[in-house]
Design a protein. Structure first.
Length: 132
């Protein structure tokens, strides 16, 4: 009989992984200090599974309240698709058509958040099948 003395959250391995974009969407609201926020969230389902056979889910969030958030997204999109978005394309960006359901290669790293380790998307890698 196994005694669970310590619960450890399963994480996907760090390094290069493959998966598919599941949902790229805008989230808005107020943070814990009552300040309005606008985030672009890129959801990815990895091909890698946990011990129960469930695929790992990760998100990368871009803070659109600041110009650097949009710049970071534009750079990640270019890294993934091999194509830089123009300002016009960003203004009319259709995530459903351009990203959702498309294959993705990415680099994952682990970092500490408080007392636990979490997996984060470090960067995206050129994915030939992206055809974005």
């Amino acid at each position: 009989m196994s005694l669970e003395l310590l619960k450890i959250e399963e994480l996907p391995a760090p390094g290069e992984q493959t998966g598919v974009f599941t949902k790229v969407a805008i989230k808005t609201g107020k943070d814990e200090n009552g300040v309005d926020f606008k985030h672009l969230v890129s959801g990815v389902e990895l091909d890698t599974t946990d011990s129960a056979g469930k695929k790992f889910q990760l998100e990368k969030t871009y803070n659109l309240n600041f110009a650097r958030g949009l710049t970071a997204f534009r750079n990640d999109y270019t890294d993934w698709s091999g194509r830089k978005l123009t300002d016009y394309e960003l203004a009319k960006f259709d995530a459903e058509k351009l990203m959702n359901g498309k294959p993705v290669k990415l680099v994952i790293r682990h970092r500490k958040e408080g007392k636990k380790s979490v997996a984060v998307i470090d960067r995206f890698i050129r994915t030939p099948q992206a055809s974005a």
